[in-house]
Design a protein around this ligand. Structure first.
Ligand code: UTP
Length: 293
């Protein structure tokens, strides 16, 4: 079996972000910063570290801030240059994708994650691709998508990042019916979107990282509605079981649900504690709050 390299990544950023209103009234959720970097930039950097060459954003209303973020900002650059602010210049320039490596398409209506991915079909074409949800942030030594592309190079087919969640939370995620396990890889026997805890086949849930085969577009083409009356990516993936290899990867690292307020705050503290310039200060106020509380 020849396994084709994953060169393209899709970033669905068309959600409404209602859990973060009013912050997301005029600004996309993916521009919320963790410490000093927007969520979407973490996702793009993770994709680059996994060898991704083309970055496809599926945007919605009010997403121009994302387009501006991944572009040159001549005025700001000139001002920083004139003040000889080299560190700041590096911070805004070093991670910019090369010209022509970024493409944008509009979702037009927020009909669900499956619909957002389907909107990227012409830009992805007939090759395997990654999907990254920027509001799932993973703190790890080896970037999560890199762990996944390495696993994919062994297995081919579809690979999703999975982790155990508390049983009472299964109704927030796509949940696996797990088959045989080999190391950190679990064969996917079945998939259910947002099952009630008592009906969930396991507590192994999909987080926002996927390596997918282009055949998934064939199912999404039908635009069938699933849980929450949305076009669900999980349903399209479930249709691939038995058609091509399908694995869940228990990735190494800590995942933060930054679409949720508590998860977002936790991520800010965890990422700040990783930073030499902030660690001591943050550690001391966290300790103070903990003892006061
Ligand atoms: P969420 O379920 O978190 O929805 O989407 P949301 O609209 O972004 O946020 P809330 O729940 O209203 O606060 C999961 C991911 O799928 C993307 C989102 O941008 C997010 O990364 N998404 C969701 C789309 O791109 N389009 C959609 O129609 C729905």
């Amino acid at each position: 079996m020849s396994i084709r390299k994953v060169r393209k990544a899709v970033f669905p950023v068309g959600g409404l972000g209602t859990r973060f209103l009013p912050a997301t009234k005029a600004m996309p959720k993916e521009m919320l910063p963790v410490v000093d970097k927007p969520l979407i930039q973490y996702a793009v950097e993770e994709a680059r570290a996994a060898g991704i060459e083309e970055f496809i954003f599926v945007t919605g209303r009010g997403k121009s801030a994302i387009e501006d973020h991944f572009d040159q900002s001549y005025e700001l650059q000139e001002q920083l240059e004139s003040k000889n602010k080299q560190e700041e210049l590096a911070a805004i320039a070093e991670w910019l994708p090369a010209a022509g490596a970024v493409a944008y398409t509009r979702q037009m209506e927020p009909l669900g994650l499956g619909h957002a991915v389907w909107c990227a079909r012409n830009l992805v074409g007939g090759e395997p691709f990654a999907v990254l949800l920027a509001d799932d942030l993973v703190l790890s030594d080896k970037p999560c998508l890199k762990q996944m592309t390495e696993a994919y190079e062994e297995t081919g087919g579809n690979v999703v990042a999975v982790m155990d969640v508390p049983r009472e939370h299964t109704n927030r995620y796509g949940i696996l019916d797990p088959g045989p396990t080999s190391g950190s890889l679990v064969e996917v026997k079945g998939l259910v979107e947002k099952p009630d805890p008592e009906l969930a086949p396991s507590t192994l849930s999909i987080i926002g990282r996927y390596v997918l085969q282009p055949e998934v577009f064939e199912y999404l083409e039908k635009r069938e509605r699933g849980a929450g009356n949305e076009i669900q990516l999980t349903d399209a993936l479930a249709a691939q079981i038995g058609v091509s290899p399908f694995h869940g990867l228990r990735f190494e690292g800590e995942r933060f649900d930054c679409g949720d307020k508590a998860g977002f705050l936790r991520a800010n503290i965890a990422f700040a504690l990783e930073r030499e310039d902030l660690r001591e200060d943050v550690q001391s106020f966290v300790n103070n709050y903990a003892t006061e509380g």
